[in-house]
Design a protein. Structure first.
Length: 278
């Protein structure tokens, strides 16, 4: 990566000194309580070389907050409308509101997400929960197709293959399996379907993620922080912010024995194509 060149850039009605913009954080929850004022994290991201930040909603008020963030920080923050499968407290009314937003506000969205299938917690495997989750994902996937929006998929471990089947049946052509954790056969099937897979900062210290980075071709790879989730290794004790994605790109470059510029250019182009952002 070349040395960062400091210069001024005006975006919207705010002016910051930024560096050479190279990478995109494809998944971070800047609407979470851990970011009471995300402007500082966004400023540090721009200074570090981040060109865009995708903020997925998780349902309910979250979808409204992420849309407001995108409006507040245009051309840097991009909003997605979601219905998080692990948020079991979400109601049918919340689902109806999300579907309505996808339909009526699609021009202010870059994707549908975070959506998918539940995995974590005791209730995730209850028959009623899994059955409803499949129905919800199918409905939202069809809404994404109708709105011509990408899908951000939460489908950890064994749920990935089921989510993949649902997306394909719905006719989804643009999707990313975020923080992917599944078997090789499912990973290859996701790639064969033309979908993307994202890599998190865990790649800096976890064998599983390093192996995934070697499996996923650069033209199918995205980078994400999934903040506010905290990380270990070289990131231990640090608040998770979009700027961290620059370091993630450097680690992947080392693993693949390619230049940092190659990783940055490829993953940025992939995010731009997936989300149709500049």
């Amino acid at each position: 990566m070349r040395g960062v060149e400091s210069r001024s850039c005006e975006r919207g009605n705010w002016l910051w000194e930024i560096g050479e913009r190279l990478v995109i954080d494809s998944h971070i929850h800047l609407d979470a309580d851990q970011y009471p004022d995300p402007s500082g994290a966004i400023k540090r991201a721009l200074e570090a070389g981040v060109t865009g930040i995708i903020v997925p909603g998780t349902g309910g008020e979250s979808n409204l907050r992420v849309r407001e963030l995108a409006s507040r920080f245009p051309n840097v923050v991009y909003a997605a409308c979601g219905y998080h499968p692990e948020r079991l407290e979400l109601t049918d009314a919340d689902l109806a509101a999300a579907l309505a937003m996808i339909r009526t506000e699609r021009d202010s969205l870059c994707a549908v997400g975070e959506v998918g299938l539940p995995w974590y917690g005791d209730r995730a495997r209850e028959a009623a929960v899994t059955s409803r989750a499949r129905v919800v994902l199918s409905r939202i996937a069809r809404a994404a197709v109708d709105a011509d929006l990408a899908v951000i998929v939460h489908a950890p471990h064994d749920t990935a293959s089921s989510a993949l089947d649902i997306l394909k049946q719905a006719g989804v052509t643009r999707a990313v399996f975020h923080w992917h954790k599944s078997d090789d056969a499912t990973t290859l099937a996701i790639l064969d379907a033309g979908y993307f897979i994202s890599i998190t900062p865990e790649v800096a210290y976890r064998d599983r993620d390093q192996r995934l980075a070697r499996m996923v071709p650069l033209d199918r790879m995205l980078l994400e922080t999934d903040g506010p989730w905290p990380y270990a290794g070289p990131f231990k004790g640090r608040a998770t912010e979009p700027a961290m994605i620059v370091e993630t790109a450097a680690v992947i470059a080392q693993i693949l024995n390619v230049s940092r510029e190659q990783v940055a250019a490829a993953t940025t182009a992939n995010a731009q194509a997936l989300f149709r952002i500049l």
